[in-house]
Write a protein that binds this ligand. Sequence first.
Ligand code: ADP
Ligand code: TPW
Ligand code: MG
Length: 580
Amino acid sequence: MSAVAQVIDTNSAIEAEVELTDGFHLVIDALKLNGIETIYGVPGIPITDLGRMAQAEGIRVISFRHEQNAGNAAAIAGFLTKKPGICLTVSAPGFLNGLTALANATTNCFPMILISGSSEREIVDLQQGDYEEMDQLAIAKPLCKAAFRVLHAEDIGIGVARAIRAAVSGRPGGVYLDLPAKLFSQVVDAEKGAKSLVKVIDAAPDQLPAPSAVERALEVLKSAKKPLIILGKGAAYAQADETIREFIETSGIPFLPMSMAKGLLPDTHPLSAGAARSTVLKDSDVVLLVGARLNWLLSHGKGKTWGDAPKKFIQVDIEPKEMDSNVEIVAPLVGDIGSVVSALLDGVKAGWTAPSDAWIGEIKARKEVNIAKMSQRLLKNSTPMDFHSALGALKQVIKERPDAILVNEGANTLDLARGVIDMYQPRKRLDVGTWGVMGIGMGFAVGAAVETGKPVLAVEGDSAFGFSGMEVETICRYELPVCIVVFNNNGIYRGLDTDPTGRDPGTTVFVKGSRYDKMMEAFGGVGYNATTPDELKRFVDEAMNSGRPTLINAVIDPAAGSESGNIGSLNPQSVVKKKS
Ligand code: ADP
Ligand code: TPW
Ligand code: MG
């Protein structure tokens, strides 16, 4: 008699003798044992009951309208907590919908685990056409850090433990865990099942740098006339906030935060070089990268952006293979940021000369010019609003509520908000990251609200918002303190394109005069239409005070934006002139 049949036929006498458990419960117990408190997902065969049971067992289960958004919520949960965020999906199409978020998490070094139910191995492998048939493990593998499948309920403990360790150790990233439908109803002796579970000990161990590597780096740093520290989102992730602050303040080296590292030290800090970005990239002679890669976002460490003067790079990263990825790293510091920066701090305390007044003065002067220029533009009170006047209002909101979380996506809406809105606390700015991907908005907003309980302000281009906009229902359903501001300029970059043939709308434009606020009202949330900076500020304040789900349609001049925001130069140009 099979184990399942035995349960069905069991009389009360046998029940009393052997307590049984099954795959469903072992998955839940394994997650709980490892401190997983929340699952983000979309239900359906074969994981509907898994979600229900997880909820019944006290895990918070947040159900979304699309798996990509659930995946993005899990990914940002991972970034914010250093524990893997969990996304749960059905097979083939649900899995594929979640996979974009898993790949994006891996690209951004966020720890997350995509758990997908899958079809019967025997049928999938013979390609006999099962319900939602797909070889999910094979497809996931190249897109994440690690991928595992569990076939026997006794192995669930090991499978979950491996997934957790793979996600958070070393360079964090996405992990895929494949759970075939049959696994969930497999029955095992409860005691044996409990013993098979694994609590992951020291999942992301400290990784200390070699003392010789620290010496080498300190020597290079001491030789600098114009040193610069670049903080990346790895530094934000590391949660070594106090050590990083002390190192910067003790050494007196100016710092430049990458987008999601803003607020690690306040943007208003005297050593912040954020408002003098081009100057410091060009003129610095030694650059210490802390949890930031020399990828396209830093022009690969070479070319015009970096100027002609010779430059030496020191790099702190947990991933040894990151070194020399684009240019020579004269002093690689492989280790976790907390340990490495603390070693550097000890070195600086042992003897250090602060950077020259000339260097600090050059940066200060440039900052003052740029900030003055910017503040003029922020004060403009034009109707319709342009990006700057609208952002001026939102800058003030974050200044008054520095613990609010800012989610940001779009093109102009992203690039200009990044420059205008000062951040004051670590891990408060969440955005499109390494890929510049659209669609993270509502997933990040939900994940951030659920994980932190803090109010979220999501500043969204109208196009960007559309990628995940249906989750306003999710925000209303869970009554999350999320205020969405849609920068409605009627389209992608601008709202003015036309079809040269006159047949259709232009490729980058949307319905004119749209009222995104009505979408929020449809689900019981609050909607506003804002046409001036004063209105915008007032509506956001109301939303933040009430904590009610709110969407503000901010009417922006369709002519105000530029193609691709700040990165228009990446657009390929056609060399062919069409004959008329
Ligand atoms: P940004 O886009 O902000 O420049 P990146 O995503 O390019 O940042 O870089 C983040 C880097 O941080 C990655 O190379 C990753 O390996 C590294 N990293 C992540 N966590 C840690 C950590 N705890 N210690 C050291 N390096 C880390
Ligand atoms: C998954 C390409 C980059 S920015 C953008 C798109 C479609 C939208 C810009 O319009 P928006 O912002 O949001 O209205 P604004 O303020 O300039 O008008 N698909 C994906 N990712 C990306 N990056 C794109 C397409 C893109
Ligand atoms: Mg737009």
